[in-house]
Design a protein around this ligand. Structure first.
Ligand SMILES: CC(C)(COP(=O)(O)OP(=O)(O)OC[C@H]1O[C@@H](n2cnc3c(N)ncnc32)[C@H](O)[C@@H]1OP(=O)(O)O)[C@@H](O)C(=O)NCCC(=O)NCCS
Length: 118
């Protein structure tokens, strides 16, 4: 079975990299029609729309590549900007793995599995 490709994209502002996203199949083989992605925006440039632009790009890219849905496996529940951003881009929380992340400030917190059809 041919695997769908993975890719990394960067967001640039005034010639400086503001953030990046990496996307591709969530699982090999028979799970490979479901995409996943990870995101990182420069802390000095967060809250300026870079994450949203990367998220929208990733959704378009996944559709173009023929994925049928996309899943985030581990969204820390106390990461309010991320949870808000993904919900506003159409993701829903499938469930929360309790106490699965040892947060340096909040202690043990859950991690959401988030999903949307494409
Ligand atoms: C999550 C992350 C990718 C978002 O990128 P960003 O460039 O800061 O995001 P944007 O500026 O595009 O949008 C952030 C959204 O969160 C909102 N937000 C910011 N702080 C918030 C808070 N405390 N509570 C709720 N929403 C918040 C913003 O208002 C914005 O929503 P809006 O467009 O509806 O106004 C970025 O913060 C990051 O790299 N964090 C560290 C790594 C990480 O968490 N990666 C994702 C793991 S799932």
């Amino acid at each position: 079975m041919e695997e769908p490709p993975g890719q990394t994209v960067v967001a640039e502002s005034d010639g400086v990299i503001a953030g990046s996203a990496k996307m591709g199949p969530n699982r090999p083989g028979r799970g490979s029609h479901v995409a996943t992605a990870s995101f990182l925006v420069d802390p000095a440039r967060q809250g300026q729309g870079t994450g949203r632009a990367l998220g929208e790009y990733v959704l378009d890219w996944c559709r173009r590549e023929g994925f049928t849905s996309i899943q985030f496996n581990a969204v820390v529940e106390s990461n309010a900007p991320a949870v808000h951003l993904w919900q506003s881009l159409g993701f829903r929380i499938i469930g929360t793995v309790p106490e699965s992340f040892d947060h340096p400030r909040h202690g043990l917190v859950g991690m959401h599995v988030m999903f949307r059809y494409l």
